[in-house]
Design a protein around this ligand. Structure first.
Ligand SMILES: [Zn+2]
Length: 163
């Protein structure tokens, strides 16, 4: 994704109230991020337990979501619905997010299972194991990156009420 500034990120949230927006702690290392290895920007708020954020460049416009991790832990380890990593290098938790606009103000939320610390971009860039003789691991990796982007975009559109 293209690099975003503090101001762009702060202005991007579609489902946070004004006071919530003011309380958002932005990632401390924006200048050091390798943006072209990120399919979305995701981080947890260091000051607010269970709160995380996802910012996606959707049709050249940054769209930010505020998410909350629910307390319930699944009994079996779930799969991330964005990167669907099968090697599970990290925990996957249920995040819920308010729908944008009126629906969200009524308390309408959307939930999804995703990597606890938003490791998806890293996970999809690992070369998958060879599935069979002649298996094109790099093409498989490219497909996973593409799929991740589609899924995050689909989720953001759903939150915005576009799907
Ligand atoms: Zn993931």
């Amino acid at each position: 994704m293209r690099p975003l500034t503090d101001a762009q990120i702060r202005a991007s949230f579609v489902n946070a109230s004004r006071s919530e927006q003011k309380n958002i702690t932005l990632p401390p290392d924006l200048d050091d991020l390798v943006w072209d290895r990120l399919d979305y920007l995701g981080w947890r708020d260091p000051k607010l337990p269970n709160v995380g954020y996802v910012v996606l460049d959707l049709d050249d416009e940054p769209v930010g979501l505020m998410l909350r991790q629910t307390d319930s832990r699944a009994r079996s380890r779930p799969q991330c619905s964005w990167c669907s990593d099968v090697q599970l290098p990290n925990d996957v938790v249920l995040y819920t997010t308010k729908r944008a606009g009126q629906a969200g103000r009524r308390g309408d939320t959307v939930g999804t299972l995703i990597c606890e610390n938003f490791e998806c971009s890293k996970n999809v860039r690992m070369l998958p194991p060879s599935a069979y003789l002649g298996f094109d691991r790099e093409a498989a990796r490219d497909r996973r990156i593409e799929t991740l982007r589609e899924r995050v975009a689909g989720f953001v559109r759903e939150v915005r009420g576009e799907s």
